[in-house]
Write a protein that binds this ligand. Structure first.
Ligand SMILES: Nc1nc2c(c(=O)[nH]1)N[C@H]1C(S)=C(S)[C@@H](COP(=O)(O)O)O[C@H]1N2
Ligand SMILES: [Mo]
Length: 323
């Protein structure tokens, strides 16, 4: 993964962010006693103006939690920046080019197979999968290993909900995730930019942590292709490369899966990839980050600010060795 780039903020984006924030304040003020349906209506009524959207469909019935787990009062990054500053190497290694290159990516019909050490392996149509549990909005910090960060209002559901459904066997200890392999649609898969298909992995107990999402949308709309449509993983306390996009396969295993980035550069990208300001990347510091849309640097937080929820997963593990 490459280096930081300069970011310009247009005044329209600042306005959009303000509108989103005041909308959220309004939702909080309204109280959460209201029914989910009423909340969803409120959500739709207040969703930011259509000109910002790139044509994504509204996701209906989204539960808007006034205090989504893991989110603070931090301003969400603009829709424009979230959808035009992407790492998705299958399409391009230029973050500003991915949106355009992925615009015709076909994400329906789409099946996700959940298999391996489970009682009930199953191939799910992605739209049925999303029905397993009502979509929720979760506003998470996102920290790329390259040193930039965003705050992203995802729509998704907990991965644990799906894993419960397929019933992991008692010897299952890891989960392996695989992205679509289709060079006819993903131009860089013709070259060996990375070993394809992109693969990632989590320990099963990490995967069951309720913060871990399978995301189907952002800003209340279906995910655009460049953000990993139709279904991508979100693990907010780990560097962004763990959050694998456009998933077609989820496999439960009893051995630690090989991952794309650790195959590519094992000294630089470990299996755990926990956001950790105390463990620098061999070629640069991880102590600070630049929030896209801001000028000055922020201090990077241990586990990206989610230490209260996740640090017990790593008790007894040397995080410098297991980086
Ligand atoms: N399949 C696939 N998933 C991927 C990547 C990729 O190149 N291919 N890039 C990763 C990296 S490095 C980051 S930072 C995030 C970026 O997600 P975003 O573009 O939606 O912000 O996706 C991750 N998931
Ligand atoms: Mo990243």
């Amino acid at each position: 993964m490459l280096i930081k780039e300069e970011e310009d903020i247009k005044s329209s984006e600042i306005t959009d962010r303000k509108a989103y924030l005041s909308r959220r304040k309004f939702i909080k003020g309204a109280g959460f006693a209201a029914s989910v349906a009423a909340t969803a209506t409120l959500y739709r009524a207040l969703t930011r103006p259509g000109q910002q959207s790139k044509g994504g469909e509204k996701i209906t019935g989204v539960q808007v939690n006034p205090q989504p787990p893991g989110s603070s009062e931090e301003a969400p990054t603009s829709y424009q920046n979230i959808t035009h500053y992407n790492n998705f190497y299958e399409f391009s290694t230029d973050k500003r080019e991915v949106a355009e290159k992925a615009v015709h990516f076909t994400t329906r019909p789409w099946t996700v197979s959940v298999e391996g050490l489970v009682n009930k392996p199953k191939s799910y149509d992605v739209d049925d999968l999303a029905k397993l549990s009502p979509p929720q909005e979760r506003i998470y910090r996102h920290r790329c290993v390259e040193g930039w960060s965003m705050v992203i209002p995802w729509v998704g559901f907990s991965l644990g909900r799906l894993l419960d459904e397929v019933q992991p066997l008692s010897n299952a200890t890891y989960v392996r995730f695989v992205t679509l392999l289709d060079p006819s649609q993903m131009p860089n898969q013709i070259d060996d930019v990375l070993p394809w298909p992109y693969e990632e992995g989590l320990r099963l107990d990490e995967a069951m942590q309720p913060l871990v999402l399978l995301a189907t949308g952002l800003y209340g709309e279906t995910l655009p292709p460049q953000n990993g449509a139709p279904l991508r993983l979100v693990v907010p306390w780990k560097y962004g490369f763990k959050s694998i996009k456009s998933i077609v396969k989820i496999v439960l295993t009893d051995t630690k899966p090989e991952t794309t980035w650790s195959k590519y550069a094992p000294r630089e990208y470990g299996f755990y990839a926990n956001v950790n300001p105390n463990v620098d990347h061999p070629r640069w510091s991880q102590g600070h980050e630049r929030r896209i849309g801001e000028i000055s640097l922020r201090k990077t937080l241990l586990f990206n600010g989610y230490a209260d929820q996740v640090s017990q997963l790593y008790s007894g593990l040397d995080l410098k060795v297991n980086f």
